[in-house]
Design a protein. Sequence first.
Length: 196
Amino acid sequence: MATKPKPKEKAVTDRAKALKAAIAEIEVMDATLEARARARKLMTENGDMWRASYEVADGALVVWIEAMQATGLTKELYTLECKRLKQELLTDKDGPLEKLLIGQVVLAWVRLMYIDQFYTAVFSGKEGVTFERGLFWEKRLTMAQKRFDQATVALARVRRLLQGSKVKNLNVAVFNPLPVSSANTDAAVRAYDRRR
């Protein structure tokens, strides 16, 4: 026999159902302004409840994985590996900026792995590769590697800057194109100090 839900649990369940219905109503291309306003009001009132069901930052990752031409098992393995990678990269001290950058690192990693699989399949095929096709996949892999490198370097820079290093002007350090190292950060600080 099922137990009757407590009033507090029922209120939470009712709010969640209302939020789900409002989101379903605006999850179309031609959503009305009234429906969007209703959903916005419910999302604002319910704080983090909507984030638990739909992480906006993870939306691109979910779409990328689901759009893969792969088996269900492969998609699930990618999903689990992304979750594991995200947990490994997160620390207790991470703020919103680091969390956004971690999301970018994970998304770039998925893209890199997927493109790398296609690249390997193309170049290991028995039928051979045309010059144009080889060049296309070489460029695509290079771009994916570059995005992954940029995402990891951005995360490393932000973490280094937020550790309390001796950087006096964040603009100098953030836009410094040199690789992150204590020597480069110190050099940027010295260059900034000389201009003052």
